[in-house]
Structures are given as C-alpha cells and as structure tokens.
Write a protein that binds this ligand. Structure first.
Ligand code: ZN
Length: 251
C-alpha cells in the first residue's frame, strides 16, 4: 500500500453559509442538473467555481520546496478546466494582518499530515474565517506520492467528491472493520468514516459520470476491510473519468 492512503474533506461549519457562497459564486450551483423544476435541498447544491475565472491560490510559506510542490500538483488539472490559477506565497503574519480572503483557496502545511491531506469542497473555501486554511497538506515533499495527494486535494478544491463514495461504486466494505481501520490509521470517528469513506446517497439533482475506480479521487482500499477478495490501489494521476467529470463542471 502507498504511504498516502486517506484524506478528509472538510465539511462546512454552516450549511447556509455553504449554500450562499456556492450560489453567489455561480447561481447554477443551486439549479438541478436535469433542468427540472425541483430545487435542490440544503446540502444538495454543487460547489463549483465560475467558469473562466482566475482562482487565487494562497500558499502559506513553509520552506523552499513547498510552493513548487503545490503548484506542480495543482496545475495538472488546468488542461481540462476553463479556470486559471494565480499562485501567491505569503508569510503567516501578512495573512493574519488582513481580514479579507486573500486567496480563494488557502493552503497550509502540517507535518503530521504526511499520510493524507484535507480540503474543503469547492466554494466552501469561501466560508469560515479568512485566516483559516481551506486545504492542509503534509510536508514530505520528496515523497513519490506527494504530487498525487496534491492533485487529489485540488480535486476537492474544484468541487469534486470522493470517487469510492460514488453511489454505483459497490465496494463490498466490511463496515465494522472499515470503522476500526480508519480509527487506527487516521483517527477518524465513525461519523468521519461515513462522511469520507462509505457510499453516499445518490442526489437526484446532481450530475454523475460513471463510477471510475482509476479516479485520482479514489482511496486505496485494503483487502482486510472488504468482504471477500476486493482491494484497490489508488491512482495518483488524473484519469479519463476525472477528465470527463471536470470538463462537465468547467466547460
Ligand atoms: Zn479526499
């Protein structure tokens, strides 16, 4: 198994703020993909950025390798989306002296996160306090898996969910072993396992592309937490399925 095996998407602290941020960024985040008249319920909205926009990506200064490591991973999405990225590197002091969102996406580093990362989903990055990072990454920049982790976290920052949670994934999870495993490996509560690992309900108003186990948004799945013989080694690069999905989001 690769040393980077999990990540935690950061749930919005306030659902109404999440909805308002999504709608003011891009009104179509609130309208059903099918074109029907039924409005999305709270929490059903998508969190995509406005196509054509330049996203400011603020990277907290860490060391000489950190900025390049983030940039090299993030730009892997650019050929497939109608967004531009503007990267800014700043000292914490300058960030804390401002009350504005200096970056749409704000990346901080924590050495303790060397087995995973965490990110808010899409426009949820514009909720909460402007000083708070919207993405946390580890500091093992020379790891061969680092870039894959950055790509995965930026997938979340662009509004993507975990692919192993796709309603059609049909992964034969052994639920109790799965709870135990992520409690030990990542310190996840049962609720965090439900939110980040186990299948999510299909939301009728959302557009889905077919389940793709080669997605960069898919976790490693060890055999010991599935029923029967089912395991998967996560991809560390953007798949054809990822490209199809992200192109739909950012035409
Ligand atoms: Zn993730």
């Amino acid at each position: 198994m690769s040393p980077l095996t999990y990540c935690k998407s950061i749930a919005p602290t306030n659902l109404l703020d999440s909805y308002n941020a999504a709608i003011s960024e891009r009104p179509s985040n609130g309208t059903p993909a099918s074109g029907g008249r039924k409005k999305r319920g709270v929490g059903d909205h998508t969190k995509f950025w406005t196509p054509g926009r330049t996203l400011k990506i603020l990277v907290f200064k860490y060391d000489e390798d950190s900025f390049e490591a983030v940039k090299n991973g993030a730009i892997k999405w650019l050929p497939y989306i109608s967004l531009n990225f503007e990267f800014l590197e700043m000292d914490e002091e300058d960030i804390y002296n401002s009350e504005e969102f200096l970056g749409d996406i704000r990346v901080n580093f924590q050495p303790s996160l060397n087995k995973g990362g965490s990110s808010r989903i899409g426009t949820d990055a514009l909720t909460g306090h402007p000083h708070d990072a919207s993405m946390d990454l580890g500091t093992y920049f020379s790891s061969p898996h680092y870039e894959g982790m950055v790509i995965h976290e930026f997938g979340h920052a662009l509004g993507l969910q975990h692919e192993h949670q796709h309603p059609d994934a049909k992964i034969p999870w052994d639920r109790e072993k799965t709870y135990d495993y992520y409690a030990r490996a990542a310190g996840f509560s049962r609720q965090q396992v439900d939110a980040n690992v186990l299948p999510l309900e299909r939301i009728p108003s959302r557009t889905y592309t077919p389940y793709d186990r080669h997605s960069v948004m898919h976790y490693d799945v060890p055999d010991e937490i599935t029923i029967g013989d089912w395991q998967h080694t996560a991809s560390r690069s953007i798949s054809e399925g990822d490209i199809a999905l992200i192109k739909k989001a950012y035409p």
